[in-house]
Design a protein around this ligand. Structure first.
Ligand SMILES: C[S@@+](CC[C@H](N)C(=O)[O-])C[C@H]1O[C@@H](n2cnc3c(N)ncnc32)[C@H](O)[C@@H]1O
Ligand code: SF4
Length: 369
């Protein structure tokens, strides 16, 4: 039984241009369609509202570039979404003006996740970002001036041409601004893409250095007083809990409803993904029908495995209960002896040790029967 999903994701696919490394569902430009797309989102919300709990814990507007959406359409969307304790908007720094920062703040947004990626101009060029480091800083100050006290930075490492010194400098620049939260991702370059063709050899060199970059990121951010609460996520250690509540919901296996083109939902044991086709999505909702969806079968076993894989990304021990059925007991004992996992005396909980967390997915895969 469920009393409805308490977490809502809303996908805004529009971007000013397409960055070479990006694999998200995006659409370049299309200003004339933004308002129509917001209508479609609100129509989908009406269709699915019964799946939501009466009170939401989190709303997350992700993209794409939500802050590239026509301001009037974005404002209308924010006014029409249900309120929540945490409302996050992803923003690209070059879109954050003083006016936009104020509009977000006055429309109930509590948290902004800023796509910084790097502060090094040559690395921003490689990523095909249109932004310069000073614009990143300015956007951060606009957000602070508008009253945002919960700002997150996304950083990427393993960028072609990056050196250890450049990564150190990026971390130092980020720390100087002092965001409440940081997400640090290793660059993933999909085989066969334009980006991979352009940077093939250098991507290989970077992938050899990835482990040492990861260790450097964790060491620097922990040294600066951040809690390494999830494999790629850090929050300032404080009396307030500054973890991303929305992303925690995913890692803890909670139900969430996703609205928009390409959005995924998991509610009451069912998972579906909306069509990634913008025109098809909008046309269906204009007829007040659900968009085309791919339904993913989700057996208990698959769900439990997923809960273990996601739960072990966190720094807090995973409470096992029924999840114990998908673990390989012998592997747990072996990895415990190797100092990669720890459990309590009667195996009620399981967690990766810091060394296990550096090895990440490989250790978790070994644990599953
Ligand atoms: C939904 S994406 C994009 C948000 C925003 N449009 C931007 O570009 O900043 C959220 C984050 O995922 C990360 N990301 C996107 N593509 C990635 C890739 N290929 N490898 C690693 N991280 C990636 C970036 O750090 C990005 O800020
Ligand atoms: S701006 Fe963000 S979402 Fe858009 S193409 Fe670039 S990385 Fe992808």
């Amino acid at each position: 039984m469920t009393s409805g999903a308490r977490h809502l994701y809303v996908h805004l696919p529009f971007c000013a241009h397409r960055c070479g490394y990006c694999d998200f569902v995006t659409a370049v430009g299309r200003r004339s369609q933004h308002s129509r797309y917001v209508d479609a989102l609100l129509s989908e919300l009406e269709l699915e509202r019964r799946l939501l709990a009466p009170e939401l814990e989190t709303v997350f507007l992700g993209g794409g570039t939500p802050t590239f959406t026509e301001p009037a359409a974005l404002e209308r969307l924010l006014e029409s979404l249900p309120p929540a304790v945490e409302v996050t908007v992803e923003a690209n720094p070059e879109t954050v003006t003083q006016g936009l920062a104020r509009m977000l703040r006055s429309h109930g947004v509590t948290r902004v996740s800023l796509g910084v990626q790097s502060f090094r101009p040559h690395l921003l060029d490689v990523l095909e970002r249109v932004v310069q480091p000073d614009t990143v800083r300015r956007s951060f100050y606009h957000l602070r001036d508008a009253g945002f006290d919960n700002i997150s930075f996304d950083l990427i490492y393993g960028i072609p041409g990056q050196t250890v010194a450049a990564l150190e400098a990026d971390l130092a620049d980020a720390l100087e601004l002092g965001p409440e939260h940081l997400s640090c991702y290793e660059l993933e370059a999909k085989p066969g893409t334009r980006f991979t063709h352009a940077h093939g050899d250098e991507l290989e060199r970077q992938s050899d250095a990835m482990e040492s970059y990861f260790e450097l990121v964790v060491e620097r951010l922990r040294g600066a007083g951040y809690r390494w609460y999830e494999t790629a996520n850090f929050c300032r250690a404080s009396e307030l809990d500054l973890r991303s509540r929305h992303n925690l919901a995913y890692w803890l296996g909670r139900d969430y409803l996703g609205l928009g083109v390409g959005a995924v939902s998991t509610v009451a044991g069912r998972r579906w993904r909306n069509t990634p086709r913008l025109a098809g999505y909008m046309e269906a909702l204009e007829r007040e029908t659900a968009p085309e969806r791919a339904v993913e079968p989700l057996s208990h076993d698959v769900r439990r495995r997923e809960r273990v894989m996601l739960g072990l990304r966190l720094d807090e021990p995973l409470v096992l209960g029924e999840l114990a059925t998908v673990l390989d007991e012998r592997a747990v004992s072996r990895l415990e002896l190797l100092g990669l996992v720890r459990s309590d005396s009667d195996r009620q909980t399981l967690a990766l040790t810091p060394r296990g967390r550096f090895l990440g997915g490989g250790v978790t895969a070994d644990l599953l029967a």
